[in-house]
Design a binder for this molecule. Structure first.
Ligand SMILES: [Fe+2]
Length: 274
């Protein structure tokens, strides 16, 4: 196969044993044909058809294998480009979220921690790969709507008035507005819009209850609350892990989904942050 990689040309060897390139002691092969996997002029691999029986592969057979190799190489390259595009996209999304986070110096690292806790909970709950992907982007962008909240409210170091709190609450809807223009984000909007809903229906913005709230929003709600409780804010000092856990247990089934809280209790919080 190495010579196919070097030459970039398909080849039929109907009598492998008489070929000088055959290495004695390797697998029992009598006949083979190979076609290179090429992207433009670059050979990235080869497809080989091998037989232990002596066969007579024809030029027509090689033509079919070469056509298959051409399509396979294009599919491999597309998958590689897609992965690379997705990585770039993820980096851009992280940068956007962290830029917004920078406006509030007291929430440094919040986005990253919420994302890590969320993914650990999602894994514990056995979410599908697709849901984990939605969860990741929704967790990164859960507070993107804070871009629409004025600095004097976002950075206030004393208690918020009712009016100011009502303005802060709008960040969920602002988040939806920011994301709805991006087709790729369609499925993550429920996670962003509803991460402040409560399991008992007393949350915002829509007062959804129970499983009316998307599972990714129910997960982010727990991860977000735990992180908010355990980190210092301008208006109060963070509480310790044990007290935060007690609070999650106390409000399990009312503020938060009991199954999600249970999954959170099973994860190793420090390991989730590694
Ligand atoms: Fe939020």
């Amino acid at each position: 196969m190495g010579c196919i990689m070097d030459s970039g040309k398909g080849e039929i060897i109907n009598n492998v044993l008489s070929d000088s390139r055959y290495i004695k002691g390797s697998a029992k092969i009598s006949s083979m044909m190979c076609a290179p996997l090429k992207i433009k002029d670059r050979v990235i691999g080869a497809i080989c058809v091998i037989s232990a029986k002596s066969l007579n592969y024809t030029a027509e057979d090689l033509k079919i294998l070469s056509a298959l190799a051409l399509q396979s190489a294009a599919a491999i390259e597309n998958a590689r480009l897609y992965d690379s595009l997705k990585d770039t996209f993820l980096t851009a999304v992280y940068t956007l979220a962290e830029t917004i986070e920078q406006r509030d110096p007291y929430t440094g690292g919040h986005t990253k921690r919420v994302t890590q806790y969320s993914l650990a909970i999602g894994g514990e709950l056995g979410l599908s790969g697709e849901d984990l992907e939605r969860l990741k982007f929704a967790a990164i962008l859960h507070d993107v709507g804070k871009i629409g909240i004025k600095d004097n409210i976002l950075q206030k170091d004393s208690d918020l008035t009712r009016e100011e709190f009502n303005l802060i609450k709008k960040h969920t809807v602002y988040g939806q507005k920011v994301l709805k223009h991006v087709k790729y984000f369609k499925d993550i909007i429920p996670g962003v819009l509803h991460h402040h809903e409560r399991f008992d229906g007393k949350g915002y913005p829509d007062g959804l209850r129970g499983e009316e709230i998307d599972i990714i929003a129910r997960i982010i709600a727990v991860a977000d609350s735990y992180d908010a409780m355990t980190t210092d804010r301008p208006y109060r000092k963070g509480i310790c892990h044990e007290v935060a856990i007690e609070e999650l247990k106390r409000c399990s089934g009312s503020q938060w989904d009991g199954d999600v809280v249970e999954a959170f209790l099973k994860i190793d919080v420090l390991k989730a942050l590694e």
